[in-house]
Design a protein around this ligand. Sequence first.
Ligand SMILES: [Zn+2]
Length: 72
Amino acid sequence: MTADLVLQNLRQNVEHAKRIVATTVEGLAARPRDCDCGDALAAALITQPADVPVATRRRLGVLLERYWGPAS
Ligand SMILES: [Zn+2]
């Protein structure tokens, strides 16, 4: 086994893993949710929004805006 073969196998495995993740996420998104997992973060946010730096709120906006609104 040469280094080129190892790298070729690694690249193939990466592409295979990407397809698996994409297919899995698509399948999950298509399934109706019948649990409360989607709101789990609501009870986990302990820090007051005003105490979180705006840069952090913006960076985590995709997760936090739902609960705290947009960062100013
Ligand atoms: Zn769930």
